[in-house]
Write a protein that binds this ligand. Structure first.
Ligand code: PMP
Length: 362
């Protein structure tokens, strides 16, 4: 064995060695509909104003305090009075912080989620040394309540992740079911309601935080149109939030992100108007997809649509050849032959439909 192979085998954990890294498709010139990005930029005059502010940033200094940004997040994004937030480098980082704070040394703690779920719940559990238990959704993507309640009773999960709406299925779970699960966790489990797609769903557990001391509500500016700056936030009962704050790396939000996020929140109306346009485009795209022979399209409250075709591998290969990137959810399981596509501008959606119609031709 070479020195480097020996070194890796002596030092890097076996499960990390066996894992693969998170792949991001980077294909310039492609129609990028695989990552649920907002297709719209901030309008040019606002970008120019932002550039002026960014030019004044003191890049030689660490970010001094996040108080102004945190206060803006709380004031503008519906955080209940007296509830604060923790900021993360995307909600991805917050998911990982939650795992870091809940992984135990005396036994393997459990993270539970209905599946299919956002992949970072499982990855963060694994890398923190926790067990991940997935409870399959019903075939219509609703929560299998008897199975969820049984899993909570059996595994006593430290954390339950519920994405609301869910990725990759796009649906909202029944809010009363979710409340029942949060109650069932009691004081042995924290429920994290991941509202990454709240700008499109326009329904939230944020206002319900005071009703549940074991509830964390997590969101992001990514889908609202700021995926590039990487800013996630989460709120919870102040005492619980203070525990998560201990594992947050210092300076995890950089100065440029801080300035850009503060600026964006001053212009939240612009971003919200974009979300309204995307929702209208989703309705249109869903109707067009439903007209295609052999295509089944599922209801979505997010900025993406899930649809089933006869052969997803073949369809995605042809879309790729036509320079269209979507997410192929594979051949197996409840999402067999399903494809997830980001809702974009009407122009890009129709370019996608043209490519899809061609790809579906035998
Ligand atoms: N939660 C869900 C359900 C998501 O789909 C995503 C992004 N795909 C994230 C969290 C992560 O978002 P970000 O790190 O960009 O804030």
């Amino acid at each position: 064995m070479s020195f480097i192979d020996q070194l890796i085998s002596n030092t890097i954990r076996a499960d990390v060695r066996a894992a693969s890294s998170y792949k991001v498709a980077d294909r310039p010139g492609f129609l990028k509909l695989d990552a649920m990005e907002n297709p719209y930029q901030l309008p040019a005059p606002l970008r120019a104003e932002l550039a002026t502010r960014l030019a004044k940033a003191e890049l030689n200094r660490y970010p001094a305090s996040y108080e102004a940004l945190k206060q803006a997040v709380c004031a503008k994004l519906g955080v209940p009075p007296d509830y604060g937030v923790i900021l993360g480098n995307g909600s991805d980082e917050l998911i990982s912080l939650i795992a870091t704070a809940t992984a135990r040394q005396d036994r393997r703690a459990v993270i539970l989620a209905p599946t299919p779920a956002f992949v970072m719940y499982q990855r963060s559990a694994q890398f923190a040394g926790m067990d991940f238990i997935g409870v399959p959704l019903n075939s219509d993507f609703t929560l299998d309540m008897p199975a969820m309640l049984a899993a909570i009773a059996l595994h006593k999960p430290s954390v339950l992740f519920l994405a609301y709406p869910n990725n990759p299925t796009g649906n909202l779970y029944d809010a009363a079911d979710m409340a029942e699960l949060i109650d069932a966790l009691g004081d042995t489990g924290i429920a994290v309601v991941d509202e990454a797609y709240e700008p499109f769903a326009r329904t939230s557990f944020m206002a319900h935080l005071p009703e549940f001391d074991n509830l964390v509500v997590m969101r992001t500016l990514s889908k609202l149109g700021l995926a590039g700056i990487r800013l996630g936030y989460m709120s919870a009962a102040p005492a619980l939030l203070a525990e998560f704050e201990k594992v947050r790396p210092p300076y995890n939000i950089n100065v440029l992100t801080m300035i850009a996020a503060e600026f964006a929140l001053e212009h939240l109306d612009v971003l919200e108007a974009q979300a309204v346009k995307i929702n209208a485009a989703r309705t249109e795209l869903a109707a067009e997809l439903a007209l295609l022979p052999g295509v089944e399209v599922f209801p979505s409250a997010a900025n993406f649509l899930l649809f089933r075709v006869k052969n997803a591998d073949d369809t995605c290969e042809k879309l790729l050849a036509a320079k269209v990137l979507v997410k192929n959810l594979g051949k197996m399981g409840p999402l067999a032959h399903c494809i997830r596509v980001t809702v974009s501008t009407p122009e890009e959606n129709s370019a996608f439909l043209t490519a899809l119609r061609a790809a579906l031709k035998p």
